[in-house]
Design a protein around this ligand. Structure first.
Ligand code: C2E
Ligand code: MG
Ligand code: MG
Length: 706
């Protein structure tokens, strides 16, 4: 019967290592036990193979010394069995072979022996051999452990690795890399490696990798991989490394970052959305506002903010319970988010308050349309827990930039407007009046519309006849610009001319008027209607324009007009704002034969003293001095004085705004030269003017001015 002895020595190495000695020779076993025992090893002796295998079934020593030549099971057989039975490659099995028995040494390695010691054993060396065998076992085990840890770490981190050697083109990759990229075995080329990528992504990636290889530089890339309906995001980080001197390879870690990205997305989503309604929350609303502001400024549009507060929401919560309240909010959120307008943005701003931004709105009227639509959208009945509910909302509106340009201010105004709407009974919308500036609003809208009008030819020149006071003959007309807006209809020049002047759009408008008038005059000249004189209003900017005189001169020549057919009207204000300059320009105009007039005399400085220093031909007495002249011929003293003074200076006079026979008679009696006013005619189109002239001449038995 084979025996197993356990000889534990009292003097043990720091960590006692166990050695299983398998030898049928008792002497050898005892010697080994003695020598190794002295060095602190724990020795287990087995007299044959079966005894050894029996022991190994329950315990694993740190090392095995195994005699090759044993009766029954040979050492080779035992070794083969041990390797089968024990799942530890690092377990050193040192075979005890015959001296110089090369064959048995070779055989020992074949069956799984780690090393050999020849018999007779050199006792002094035995301890050393054992020590070093155990040391290399330790190193090997540490290495295996490291590799295992690395593998775990890589698995946990979903980190794969691949490399390509530049000269040989050999491609190697780890199992995790294969898992991440969905690779089968035997992938040999980069193209095969990225076969699960969409074709454009794969060609883009291959280009990046090839570029990194050619330029010996690092690269980073992210792409998606589609595997059996599973979409994953993979990040690459590649670097060129010199493996051994002169041999370079591109070493790449790849990482499946899908989960991270998904988590990040989830976090981002949660940060910017409301849990209950899934609508953007207040933070998102503020961010979006800053983006919209930028766009609004660029597009020169308006950005309304609407605070939509649900009326009597608390009652629903109280009577039907908070779950019903939640359902109301969710249903209305759904309705609002389906609102069909590009860029429309709705957020849940507060408990029962939604907030809306509507970018790229052109005018207040459009904002009203949106407010009405939203209002009726919310008013549609709701089915909540089997109950039909009718909700209504109080909507407060503030508008960037009309109510201000600062976010907080606009939000505050919208909120205040909402509360005002609510406290006035709810179920309505209200514009903020807190920062509203009527003038600024109109101004902004007009400016935008004027730009459009120029492009789309919405302007037309009208002509208001000017009548010789004595003969009643039509001697000319004043050109008055009309803006026929496709939606808003007629817009008065008093409204848009000052804005156009302010925003620098008056020059293109003015040029259009000049060209149009000259063309019309040329037509009348040719048709024989009459050689009329047309008064054209000049704005300050036009009058100060260096090219004005040359431009008019060219027009006259091209259109073949007589220069005196044009009478340029400037106001007192323009004339006195830079008196010397005005005198110089008026002189230049006189030189080319064009007539000039002082318009609206009486509305500005009304100082007759400087009139004599201005080289003007005509003075237009403003309606202000005409309108009060009554049927009894009273209140016309100023007009009369002006006429007298002008006639003494040789200045022609035209009375504006004459609306009645008695005004006409009074002015005629007091020597005015011409009459312009509704009494004879309002401003009309060029075609209407032609008809007017014919009718007028026929009525008063006059001939044309040809
Ligand atoms: P304005 O040059 O003094 O033109 C006379 C204004 O008085 C015109 O108003 C005319 O329609 C109005 N008017 C004429 N007769 C009567 C009347 O009997 N009763 C009343 N109540 N009003 C009468 P409109 O056309 O609205 O033009 C207003 C102003 O706009 C003009 O005043 C002129 O300063 C400016 N404007 C008009 N066309 C042009 C233009 O082509 N260029 C420039 N720069 N300004 C223009
Ligand atoms: Mg005028
Ligand atoms: Mg006038």
């Amino acid at each position: 019967m084979a025996t197993l002895t356990d000889r534990t020595r009292s003097v043990l190495p720091e960590i006692s290592r166990s050695v299983l000695v398998v030898d049928d020779d008792r002497i050898t076993r005892r010697m080994i036990s003695k020598i190794l025992g002295q060095s602190g090893y724990q020795i287990i002796e087995a007299t044959d193979g079966p005894a050894a295998l029996e022991y190994l079934a329950t315990q694993i020593p740190d090392l095995i010394l195994l005699d090759v030549m044993m009766p029954g099971m040979s050492g080779y057989q035992v070794c083969t069995e041990i390797r089968k039975q024990v799942d530890d490659d690092s377990l050193p099995i040192i075979m005890l072979t015959g001296l110089d028995d090369i064959e048995s040494i070779e055989h020992s390695f074949e069956v799984g022996g780690s090393d050999f010691i020849t018999k007779p054993i050199s006792w002094p060396l035995l301890t050393q051999r054992i020590k070093y065998a155990l040391r290399s076992k330790d190193i090997y085990q540490k290495f295996i452990e490291k590799e295992r840890q690395l593998l775990y770490a890589q698995n946990i981190a979903k980190l794969g690795y691949w490399e390509i050697e530049l000269t040989s083109g050999a491609l190697t990759y780890t199992a995790e890399a294969a898992r991440i990229l969905g690779l089968d075995e035997g992938v040999k080329t980069l193209e095969q490696m990225f076969m699960h990528l969409a074709s454009d992504e794969s060609s883009q990636l291959l280009m990046q990798i090839k570029q990194a290889i050619n330029n010996h530089e690092a690269y980073m890339a992210t792409h998606s991989v589609s595997l059996n309906g599973d979409e994953r995001i993979v990040a690459h980080h590649g670097e060129m490394v010199e493996k051994i001197p002169g041999v370079y390879c591109l070493a790449v870690t790849i990482q499946d970052i899908s989960e991270r990205i998904r988590n990040e997305e989830l976090i981002r989503y949660k940060t910017f959305h409301d849990d209950l309604t899934e609508l953007p929350n207040r933070i998102y609303f503020h961010d979006q506002f800053m983006r919209n502001i930028k766009q609004t400024v660029e597009n020169e549009k308006l950005l309304p903010i609407m605070f939509v507060g649900l009326d009597r929401f608390k009652k629903i919560n109280d009577s039907l319970g908070p779950l019903a309240g939640d359902q109301v909010l969710r249903s209305l959120a759904l309705r609002l988010s389906a609102y069909d307008y590009p860029g429309f943005f709705v957020a849940r701003y507060d408990g029962d308050v939604f907030a809306v931004q509507i970018p790229n709105v052109s005018c207040i009227a459009d904002i009203e349309v949106h407010a009405e639509k939203l209002h009726s959208l919310l008013a549609e009945p709701l089915m909540i827990m089997g109950t039909e509910l009718y909700m209504s909302a109080s909507i407060g509106i503030s508008v960037f930039p009309l109510d201000g340009e600062k976010k907080d201010q606009l939000l505050k105004f919208a909120d205040m407007a909402m509360h005002a709407a609510s406290s006035e009974g709810g179920n309505q919308y209200k514009f903020s009046t807190f920062g509203e500036d009527e003038q600024a609003l109109k101004h902004l809208q007009l400016e935008r519309e004027i730009r459009k009008a120029i492009k789309t030819f919405q302007f037309e020149v009208y002509y208001q006849p000017q009548i010789d006071a004595r003969t009643r003959a039509v001697v000319g007309a004043e050109a008055l610009l009309r803006w026929i807006h496709p939606e808003q209809g007629f817009i008065s020049p008093d409204e848009f001319i000052p804005v156009a002047e302010e925003v620098g759009l008056i020059n293109p408008i003015g040029m259009y008027v000049l060209e149009s008038v000259c063309e019309t005059l040329a037509g009348w000249n040719e048709s024989g209607l009459g050689q009329f004189r047309v008064g054209i209003n000049l704005s300050a900017a036009q009058f100060r324009d260096e090219d004005l005189v040359a431009f008019i001169k060219t027009l006259i020549t091209v259109m073949n007009l007589r220069p005196e057919q044009l009478e340029l009207e400037i106001t007192e204000r323009i004339a006195v704002s830079n008196f010397d300059k005005s005198v110089a320009v008026l002189k230049q105009l006189k030189e080319i034969g064009v007539k000039t007039s002082m318009d609206d005399f009486g509305t500005g400085y009304s100082s007759l003293s400087y009139i004599q220093d201005l080289p003007i031909d005509t003075l237009k007495i403003d309606r202000a001095f005409v309108k009060d002249i009554n049927d009894a011929g009273e209140h016309g003293e100023i007009a009369k004085a002006v006429i007298n003074m002008c006639s003494s200076m040789g200045i022609h006079t035209i009375a504006e705004g004459v609306e009645s026979e008695s005004q006409y008679q009074y002015l005629k009696f007091n020597g005015v030269d011409e009459i312009q006013g509704w009494y004879f005619a309002k401003a009309m189109t060029a075609q209407e003017f032609e008809v007017f002239v014919h009718d007028h001449n026929a009525r008063y038995g006059l001939n044309s001015l040809a």
